[in-house]
Structure formats: structure tokens, C-alpha cells
Design a protein around this ligand. Structure first.
Ligand code: ADP
Ligand code: ARG
Length: 342
């Protein structure tokens, strides 16, 4: 492989940090699973509009290609190579302050998880992926009480049900070009599926970008209830399924943006006035470490002034701090929206 040519206007972290010198230094390296630099950067090369552009194929990728991943990690999470990751799952440490939930349509918190000692999705074999689906779905199918529900493999799902679940914001979308070029969508839809409880307030995606995405969500703005349910579910799953975790990087994920807590706490919130003042909107988002997504999630547009607002950083902060970033930022956004209304 030769040094890739990026277009002039490329802004991804990949084209920013992968200098010709760094490329030469890393291009012949390989992890024990055979994951290479070429595979790690394929998605960013094929999708030049990427924000990040790199994926890991296994936990070892973060060491073998550290000179590249660490730069992305440092820039994305404001996390330096000597920092260590810490956890706090105590809902009582959340400070709701004067959060006005009347603007919030729904609240969702998800974490990403991958199985200990397994390759990540970009270099896993079909057999290994199927084994994860079998083992994890059988653990989930045994859940009782509020978490009780059923696993639905994508292979057995009608197109109609699948589209409805996507439209209702419960299921991952199909045909994500970033995942497709990274190798994360190989053998799709085999091994993929969704578990959910009866109320669809607790959901688990299997074998999408990460092997598990554990989700708690509901209508309205009760962040503490959503967080508490997630923590309960996470502990129940963790008691039965061993996850990949590193002292320095926290929970290991396919994308370096999801390391650490692997947590994205979001609200769907209606901000029609701020939507017409994107400069102010973005300035508040930057100040409070927020990410602005559209109504249908990442890489989607806002519909009717509804945005998905979440914490941006996930590593080097605790779970409570990740959710607190979202709360503090939403308070500031609602204040600004009210001023624009007046
Ligand atoms: P992820 O959160 O898993 O990283 P996405 O941005 O693709 O990935 O979002 C997945 C789905 O979750 C999308 O349908 C998105 O609209 C939905 N979603 C995210 N936050 C909320 C929320 N607060 N309320 C309802 N749906 C949400
Ligand atoms: N690879 C995509 C990009 O660089 C997504 C990055 C962050 N999102 C994610 N789902 N991992 O734009």
C-alpha cells in the first residue's frame, strides 16, 4: 500500500494525523489477528467526508497503531497518553440542577461493549460472530422483571418490522457506508439482531458497530430513571458476559470515539429557534462538550427542529460526568432557546 491521497478539503482526523512519515512507520505492522493499518484506515479513505476515519480491529490495534490512534483519542476526548480512565455509576451523583424537561421529547443512554479476548467486528470471523450472538442472546432471553423480553435476529425479521423499528428509533440503520468500508458489516445480516423488553425501554443491539450496544430509553426527560435502568442492566449483563476492558482506555470499542465509558447520553429535544441560529447553537455545543445529531441519529438531518443532543467525550470522564455534560449542555441550550423565543 502507498500513502493515500486525501482531497484538499479533507477535514477528518485521519487525514489530519496520518502524515507520510507516520504512514511509513506503521504500514507494515500487524496485530496477532492480522489487522493492518490498511484495514484500520480503509473507511476514512473511502469516505473522505469522515469526521474520524479509523477503526480498530482488536484491542491490540490500539497498541500496534498507537501513534495514530492516540492522536485521535487525544483530540476527540481531550485525553492524554498518561491519563487513566475511571468509572462512577452512582445515579445520586447526577445533578439535575434546574433542568426544564418540557423541551425534551425522549431520553436515551447507550453504552458499547465488546467481548473479552475476541477480535472486534472489523476482523471477527463469521463463526465467532455467530457464537457471540448465540451466547449473548441466550443470556438476555433469561432476563426477568423489567428487563424481560426477547431477542429478534435480523435474519428472521420482516422488512416491514425492521423499517418500523428503525423509524421508531429502536434499531440501527441498514447500509451504513462507514461501517461497510470498515469491514464491520461483513456477512450482514447474519449474526445481527436486537433484544428488547416489552416496553422497549431496555434494548441491546448485537453485532453492529460494537458487539453489544446496551440501551436504556423512554419518552420524556427523566434522565435519572434512564441512567438507573441502564446501570442495572449493565451489571446484570456484566455478571454473565466478560467484556474487553483496558486500564488506560476503559471499555474497548471499534471506533476510538467510543472508548472509556463507551457512553452516549442523549435527548431528543425541540429547539426550532436555535435551529435558525446555528452559530449560537454550535458555540454552546462546543462550550459544553456536546454533539449535535439529527432526528434519525448520526449522519442524519434534523426534522421539525428536533435534535439529538449528547455528550461528545466518553473517555477520561466517568459515566456520571458523561451524563452531566449532557445535562449541563441541555440546560444552556434551553436557556438560549427561551431567550430567542422572547
Ligand atoms: P448511537 O447512539 O447508537 O451511537 P445513532 O446516532 O445512530 O447511534 O442513534 C441510534 C438511534 O437512536 C437513532 O434512531 C436515533 O434517532 C436514536 N436516538 C438517539 N437518541 C435518542 C433519544 N434521546 N430519543 C430517541 N431516540 C434516540
Ligand atoms: N467513521 C465515521 C466517521 O469518521 C464515524 C465516526 C464516529 N461515529 C461512530 N459511530 N463511530 O465519520
Amino acid at each position: 500500500m502507498t500513502y493515500p491521497t486525501f482531497p484538499e478539503n479533507c477535514t477528518s482526523m485521519l487525514c489530519k494525523h496520518l502524515t507520510p512519515e507516520l504512514f511509513e512507520q506503521l504500514k507494515d505492522k500487524k496485530t496477532a489477528n492480522g489487522f493492518t493499518l490498511e484495514k484500520a484506515i480503509k473507511s476514512g479513505i473511502e469516505n473522505v467526508d469522515s469526521e474520524i476515519g479509523v477503526y480498530a480491529g482488536d484491542e491490540e490495534s490500539y497498541e500496534v497503531f498507537a501513534e495514530l490512534f492516540d492522536k485521535v483519542i487525544e483530540e476527540y476526548h481531550q485525553f492524554s497518553s498518561t491519563d487513566v480512565h475511571e468509572s462512577n455509576l452512582k445515579a445520586e451523583d447526577l445533578n439535575l440542577r434546574n433542568l426544564d424537561t418540557s423541551y425534551i421529547l425522549s431520553t436515551r443512554i447507550r453504552i458499547g461493549r465488546n467481548i473479552k479476548d475476541m477480535p472486534l467486528g472489523a476482523s471477527i470471523s463469521k463463526e465467532q460472530r455467530d457464537e457471540i450472538e448465540k451466547d449473548v442472546s441466550s443470556v438476555l432471553n433469561g432476563f426477568e422483571g423489567e428487563l424481560a423480553g426477547a431477542y429478534h435476529p435480523l435474519l428472521e425479521m420482516s422488512q416491514e418490522v425492521q423499517l418500523q423499528l428503525i423509524e421508531d428509533h429502536f434499531l440501527f440503520k441498514d447500509g451504513d457506508r462507514f461501517l461497510e468500508s470498515s469491514g464491520l458489516a461483513r456477512h450482514w445480516p447474519h449474526g445481527r439482531g436486537i433484544y428488547h423488553n416489552h416496553d422497549k425501554t431496555f434494548l441491546v443491539w448485537l453485532n453492529e458497530e460494537d458487539q453489544l450496544r446496551i440501551i436504556s430509553m423512554q419518552q420524556g426527560g427523566d434522565v435519572v430513571e434512564v441512567f438507573s435502568r441502564l446501570v442495572t442492566a449493565m451489571k446484570e449483563i456484566e455478571a454473565k458476559v466478560p467484556f474487553a476492558y483496558s486500564e488506560r482506555l476503559g471499555y474497548i470499542s471499534s471506533c476510538p470515539t467510543n472508548l472509556g465509558t463507551a457512553m452516549r447520553a442523549s435527548v431528543h429535544i425541540k429547539l426550532p429557534n436555535l435551529a435558525n441560529d446555528m452559530e449560537q447553537f454550535k458555540a454552546i455545543a462546543d462550550k459544553y462538550y456536546l454533539q449535535i445529531r439529527g432526528t434519525d441519529g448520526e449522519h442524519s438531518q434534523s426534522k421539525g427542529g428536533v435534535f439529538d443532543i449528547s455528550n461528545y467525550r466518553r473517555l477520561g470522564i466517568t459515566e456520571v460526568e458523561a451524563v452531566q455534560d449532557m445535562i449541563d449542555g441541555v440546560i444552556a441550550l434551553v436557556d438560549a432557546e427561551k431567550s430567542l423565543e422572547a
